[in-house]
Design a protein around this ligand. Structure first.
Ligand code: DNO
Length: 400
């Protein structure tokens, strides 16, 4: 039995975490993106090679692109979508030529992951990311003023939403607003509330079936290019995996993934198995999903969440919370074992998000919430230790 391929996310030259630290944390490879290239535009071979060389000079490998973003025009199949799809194909071909074969994307409308508190304080003084439906309701109802938003919440949440909103002074209100609409990992898009309203309006006639259809067309358009280039495209689950902002969600549970896999029967059509995102929904049995979807999983995000009784959740330690991490990691090692015996590659994982703790807390807050150094390094160490235990035990049994 071998270790999984240990990856770590890096946001490029502007990331306050240097590559040398990433290597010291025990990572062999890096998940990164060319964040400076606008959504929809081509990733030139020269820029890909330059990033690849930077990583290699630091003794690391570029194992995963996270993400090659899918533009809103593609998701809504409007505007410039045809040109963006053509560009997406070209970028996939260029990545393949440079030897980068795993590409993560998501199909979440309007916003990527959503949290309401980026610095939720835990009893030990460390902080983590948290989602509270009452706070999110306050955002939708009083800040965004989305029509009909109150209908999505029960009276108790509405009451708490109102109290929360009233408790915010001007500066708290503005930082609350920014923490919801401007945390796209890797880039600050400078979006305003009006931008979000305009983006939402584009979905007024797009229901779940229609968004699924748009994803199916996108996949059928780009997977042939990916397959020819030996690239695997991996869809990231919705985070959180339930409806928000009255928008359709189509990558939130097992049934969704089965539909995604069957809408485009290509080897290149795969899943980025993010245990943390999926675990925020009580409907998801993570271990069962892993067993069922295993053939389509080549890249994994490992983290966990603690669901709270009122529908809130916060990001727990990597081997705490509701994800059965021992079972998940053991299963991944077994799946990998089978693949290695067939001459296939190792499964790449990264410790997803981490708490702000120890020296993280005395530094200026990272521009990439969830991606401070020490919290993730702790997650990496725990997950490596877990693998060490499982692998040692397996060796002992084999020798007995
Ligand atoms: C958050 C990440 C996501 C992920 C994208 C993939 O930390 O897990 O933002 O990178 O959704 O496209």
């Amino acid at each position: 039995m071998q270790y999984l391929d240990h990856g770590f996310r890096w946001y490029g030259d502007s990331d306050p975490v240097p590559l040398s630290y990433i290597r010291q944390a025990g990572a062999e490879s890096v998940f990164t993106s060319l964040h400076e290239i606008p959504y929809g535009e081509i990733w030139p071979e020269s820029a890909i090679l330059q990033r690849k060389n930077t990583l290699e000079k630091s003794g690391l490998r570029w194992s995963v692109v996270e993400s090659l973003p899918v533009s809103e025009d593609i998701k809504t199949r409007s505007g410039d979508f045809q040109r963006h799809i053509e560009n997406y194909r070209k970028s996939l071909r260029n990545l393949g030529k440079c030897g980068i074969k795993l590409v993560i994307y998501n199909f979440m409308p309007v916003l990527d992951w959503i949290r309401t508190d980026l610095h939720y304080k835990l009893p030990d003084g460390s902080t983590c990311l948290r989602f509270d439906p009452a706070q999110f309701a306050a955002f939708e109802i009083y800040i965004l003023k989305r029509k009909g938003a109150e209908l999505d919440y029960n009276p108790d949440i509405l009451k708490r939403a109102c109290a929360f909103y009233k408790s915010l002074d001007k500066s708290a209100l503005s930082s609350f607003e920014r923490s919801i609409i401007d945390v796209f990992p890797g880039c600050k898009m400078g979006l305003s509330i009006d931008d979000i309203r305009a983006m939402l309006a584009k979905y007024s006639s797009i229901n779940e079936d229609c968004l699924r259809e748009n994803l199916a067309m996108f996949l059928n358009d780009v997977c042939p290019a990916a397959e020819e280039s030996g690239v695997f495209l991996a869809i990231h689950p919705d985070d959180p995996p339930f409806d928000v902002l009255g928008l359709p969600r189509i990558a939130s549970d097992m049934e969704d993934f089965q539909k995604i896999l069957s809408c485009c029967p290509s080897k290149a059509n795969t899943i980025a198995f993010c245990t943390g995102s999926l675990s925020a929904g009580s409907h998801n049995d993570i271990y069962k999903m892993l067993c069922t979807l295993q053939d389509s999983i080549r890249v994994v995000h490992l983290r966990s969440t603690q669901r709270e009784s009122d529908g809130s959740f916060h990001e727990s330690g990597h081997i705490e919370g509701s994800v059965p991490m021992y079972d998940v990691v053991k299963k991944l090692l077994e799946i990998q074992d089978k693949r290695l015996s067939l001459g296939e590659n190792r499964i790449v994982f990264r410790p997803d998000h981490g708490r702000d703790m120890a020296d993280d807390l005395s530094k200026p807050p990272t521009p990439n919430p969830g991606y401070s150094y020490i919290g993730r390094m702790k997650g990496m160490a725990e997950l490596r230790g877990l693998q060490f235990g499982i692998i040692s035990e397996a060796k002992r049994r084999n020798n007995a």
